[in-house]
Write a protein that binds this ligand. Structure first.
Ligand code: GLP
Length: 226
């Protein structure tokens, strides 16, 4: 494992640093492929990116990590809508370069066809999920349909009117797909995430803690704030 763990003093700082990693990649001038997350934590990072009108998005292709099944794509909490609201509606990116997993695509082949992911930003669920790879997900999994864990449904209920509205299934990039990304940046905020980060980074590498596979990645940075 070649991981860097950085605890920063504020959510603002975390968001700025995460945005900076993305900007550095884009400014390199080469075509860039990003894996992008949803959730609460990346919202600040997306705000920072939107603020910077100097970023040239023309050479950037994005692959979102996951999408719900069972809610309309126009539902405010679909991940497509989340991304449009927080990022894509505000930047000059070619909409043909923006991808979300769905049940019909061979997402992994699409990612491979453009040369693989250069940088993937991840959050982490309280149960150790990354994207929607719930405990028990095979380490060699690729993009597929999954059932959401009870805890994930409970955690994500905050975004819906009631827990009954939370989808019970999703399409997610697999753990193998994520691990193929050249660089990974995991962002997490809140003391409640510390236990699972510790377990994932220093505990046994086990499919019961999906994020523990990240210990085997050789270019991983974790940004954390309380
Ligand atoms: C959702 C997403 C995950 C994300 C997780 C944690 O379940 N599918 O990709 O990592 O939320 O989000 P947050 O950072 O808001 O806790």
């Amino acid at each position: 494992m070649k991981a860097l763990f950085r605890k920063v003093g504020s959510y603002e700082k975390l968001s700025q640093l995460a945005a900076l990693e993305i900007k550095k990649k884009i400014q390199g001038g080469n075509p860039i492929k990003l894996g992008l997350p949803t959730g609460d934590t990346p919202i600040g990072m997306y705000k920072e990116l939107v603020k910077d009108s100097n970023i040239d998005w023309w050479n950037v292709t994005t692959f979102n990590l996951d999408e719900y099944i069972g809610i309309d794509i126009n539902h405010s909490e679909s991940y497509k809508n989340f991304m449009n609201r927080n990022l894509f509606n505000h930047i000059d990116i070619d909409k043909f370069n923006v991808w979300f997993p769905d049940q019909t695509d061979d997402y992994d082949a699409m990612i491979q066809a453009v040369g693989g992911l250069d940088l993937t930003i991840l959050g982490i669920g309280a149960n150790g999920h990354i994207a929607f790879n719930e405990p028990g997900s095979p380490f060699n999994s690729t993009t597929r349909v999954v059932d959401l864990d009870k805890q994930t449904i409970e955690d994500n209920a905050r975004f819906f009117n009631s827990i009954e509205e939370v989808p019970t299934q999703a399409v997610t990039m697999g753990l193998e797909t994520i691990m193929k990304s050249h660089e990974i940046l995991l962002i997490a905020k809140g003391k409640k995430k510390l236990d699972i980060i510790q377990k994932a980074m220093f505990g046994e590498i086990t499919e019961e803690v999906p994020a523990s596979i990240l210990q085997e990645h050789d270019n991983l940075t974790i940004l954390y704030c309380e």
